[in-house]
Write a protein that binds this ligand. Structure first.
Ligand code: CO
Length: 139
């Protein structure tokens, strides 16, 4: 694992959440985008080599809608940047760690998959590999 890539926070409204994360905390808003495959609208707020991602459901069918109903707003997942996601996925499977799907294309062209929270003591872990590596990343 190279670093924490981002922390995903589930919110009802990105606009309302920006009043705290951008205006009070002072993070800068890089952009707001949509990831229709995951059913989310995402606001990206970089800080150092990582970023906060505010996640808002795109519609009622979004898995995030269920998360918000069950758990309310809060930390949704922590994403780790890995050097080689295929190798990491193989190693995890060999250790009996449950993955939620094979590594696949996610937001911003990164390859991603998720580790089941049962294997990670209650935390949804995202594994991601940016391809090509971001310029500020150490090799
Ligand atoms: Co994520």
């Amino acid at each position: 694992m190279k670093r924490i890539d981002h922390i995903g926070i589930a919110v009802h409204s990105i606009e309302k959440a920006l009043l705290f994360y951008r205006d009070t905390l002072g993070l800068s808003l890089e952009r707001i985008g949509e990831v229709p495959d995951e059913g989310v609208r995402v606001a990206i707020l970089p800080i150092g080599q990582t970023r906060i991602e505010l996640l808002e459901p795109l519609d009622e069918k979004s898995p995030l809608t269920r998360f918000l109903m069950k758990r309310g707003e809060g930390i949704h997942h922590i994403a780790f940047q890995t050097k080689n996601i295929e190798e990491t996925a193989h190693r995890f499977e060999a250790c009996g760690v449950g993955l939620l799907g094979k590594p696949r294309l996610g937001a911003g062209g990164a390859r991603i998959t998720f580790v089941h929270p049962k294997s990670a003591h209650g935390v949804l872990i995202e594994l991601c590999q940016s391809d090509p590596p971001l310029p500020h990343e150490p090799l």
